[in-house]
Write a protein that binds this ligand. Structure first.
Ligand code: ZN
Length: 296
């Protein structure tokens, strides 16, 4: 398998609210949607892109937008295309994350670095010279963090384990914008990083609860980790998909079917229900994850 070059393109940045831009992923795998949110004295960058070159482009773009304002960086979770460019920001930006994510980065980052280097030449090239960054500020997950950018306070809120152990969402309350990271991906089957025995932190059950909670807040704009922006309906689509994945999996698992048969049957059902979605390779890990989970 060789993936297309996962290049971030800041020239495509779109204004979605005053002083709030998104560099869209344009449907390219391993390119995240990246946010740049400004206040009167500071600017926050959300996610870095994969590797140093991408992050340098993002930082240059942020610097241009900031025009002398202080720069902060946060990442929605530790996965490589979201956080493995943070080293570039050192000395120029304050890198701020929740404790669970900092722990993910330290404990699982090295394993993901070698796994992603095996995904093909274009990805390996992007990861050249990547060293895992150490966040400058780590806040406690149970409290969340309010970041004052000057006349605009942005809410950093860990969700608890869902797509990863250390997911956090970023809300810009005055604009009704919610950055979800990979808790939402548009137009594709939800990404389940279920890689036993190395990483079994993803939880389909908790993910449904988290998305339900986020939907109850009715954000006007949802910026997913990957794919097109939308409204609160994006959260409903993810919740409905995860619920059908759970129900179709559990019904078969609980009738003592082999896991292999469960995977085959559930894959078949979900492909028929979502014929246009990308990322079909993520159905099987999703079934595997839910086979291992129980309610509550
Ligand atoms: Zn992810």
């Amino acid at each position: 398998m060789d993936l297309p070059d996962p290049a971030v393109d800041p020239a495509r940045a779109e204004d979605i609210a005053p002083d709030l831009l998104v560099v869209p992923n344009r449907g390219v795998q391993l390119v995240p949607n990246i946010g740049v949110v400004g206040g009167s004295h500071s600017v926050l960058v959300i996610d870095t892109g994969l590797g140093r070159d991408n992050a340098e482009q993002v930082l240059a773009f942020a610097r241009e937008q900031a025009r002398g304002r202080r720069i902060y960086l946060t990442t929605t979770h530790f996965h490589p295309e979201h956080a493995f460019g943070a080293q570039v920001f050192a000395g120029e930006a304050t890198y701020l994350v929740n404790r669970a994510q900092a722990d993910d980065l330290a404990t699982k980052g090295p394993g993901y670095l070698s796994m992603f280097r095996g995904l093909g030449e274009s990805v390996a090239r992007r990861l050249d010279g990547v060293q895992l960054a150490t966040p400058d500020v780590v806040y406690a997950d149970d409290r969340g963090h309010d970041l004052d950018l000057g006349g605009r306070v942005v809410h950093l809120r860990p969700t608890g384990r869902a797509h990863s152990r250390g997911d956090q969402v970023v809300t810009v309350p005055d604009a009704g914008v919610l950055f979800t990271g990979d808790l939402v991906e548009t137009g594709q089957f939800a990404i389940f990083p279920w890689f036993p025995p190395h990483d079994t932190d993803v939880s389909g059950v908790r993910w449904i609860e988290v998305v339900d909670r986020l939907a109850a807040r009715r954000p006007a704009t949802v910026v997913p980790g990957h794919g097109d922006l939308g409204g609160a309906d994006l959260l409903h689509v993810v919740r409905d998909y995860l619920t059908e994945l759970r129900d179709e999996t559990w019904r078969r698992r609980d009738s003592a079917m082999s896991e292999e048969t469960v995977v085959a049957e559930v894959t078949d059902v979900l492909l028929r229900r979502h014929p246009d979605w990308a990322g079909r390779e993520w159905i099987a890990p999703g079934v595997g994850c839910l086979c291992a989970e129980h309610s509550g």
